[in-house]
Design a binder for this molecule. Structure first.
Ligand code: DER
Length: 233
């Protein structure tokens, strides 16, 4: 499909341009990263690259192992050369909404440890303002016992509405790789200073992490419908 071709084109370009021999590479989660892991495996095999990959979820860990890539942990490699990850939406300032796959906590930790944070995305993620394209809401990871007061505090203080993310292949709410719940915050005001709002939200007791990645990404590769790749810095 055009979207999968776009994901693949962006993923391959990012891996080709940012991964070098000897690198410690943070590897994101989701569907776009699958193409990046394929290309990493191809390059390691063809070029005999010696790289270590640090996963950001059970999903990316399993994919790395399946592709016979060397898996590392932050405990051994706390400084990474690059982190490559997808996004649910990218605004004109390269601020991101992430967490559509409920992997935002480890993704933000690993991204924060990398010298360069590179995003790979198809054209449907490219927007002017956060909320223009991604309508499922800003994911916020919370300690399960606190999800109701956190929901109320954010709705009262910032507006919109937050919904506890329910699982599909499991009864009850989604439980993240780190044992937490996800609240999806919809109908939020778009003309706001996301850096300030994000910092306020992270102070609310019970909030573990938000899917607002503000000022973190240095580069985005957008796969376009015509198969080309647009780069934004
Ligand atoms: O859940 C996540 O944070 C994913 O990285 C998400 O932001 C992008 O997933 P996608 O590549 O499947 O759209």
């Amino acid at each position: 499909s055009a979207i999968n071709d776009a994901k693949r084109a962006a993923a391959h370009k990012a891996v080709n341009e940012y991964v070098k021999n000897g690198f410690k590479v943070g590897v994101g989660s989701g569907s776009t990263i699958v193409y990046a892991i394929d290309r990493l495996a191809e390059r390691v095999h063809k070029e005999k690259l010696n790289i270590v990959c640090i996963p950001t979820s059970f999903q990316s860990r399993q994919l790395l192992i399946k592709n016979q890539l060397t898996v590392g942990e932050l405990e051994i490699y706390p400084q990474l050369d690059v982190c490559i990850d997808g996004a649910d939406e990218v605004d004109s300032n390269l601020n991101l909404i992430k967490g559509g796959g409920a992997c935002l906590l480890e993704e933000k930790i690993v991204a924060s440890c990398a010298k360069i944070f590179v995003i790979i995305a198809d054209y449907t993620k490219n927007s002017e303002k956060l909320g223009d394209k991604y309508k499922k809401g800003i994911p916020i990871e919370v300690v399960p016992m606190a999800y109701k007061p956190v929901k109320q505090v954010i709705e009262n203080r910032f507006g919109g509405d937050l919904e506890l993310r329910m699982a599909i292949a499991k009864a009850g709410p989604v439980v993240t790789d780190n044992g937490n719940f996800i609240l999806d915050w919809r109908n939020f005001k778009q003309d706001v200073d996301w850096d300030i709002i994000n910092k306020d939200i992270l102070q609310i007791p019970g909030v573990v992490e938000s899917g607002l990645f503000i000022g973190m990404a240095q580069k985005v590769y957008f796969g376009l419908e015509d198969g080309t790749v647009k780069e934004q810095e």
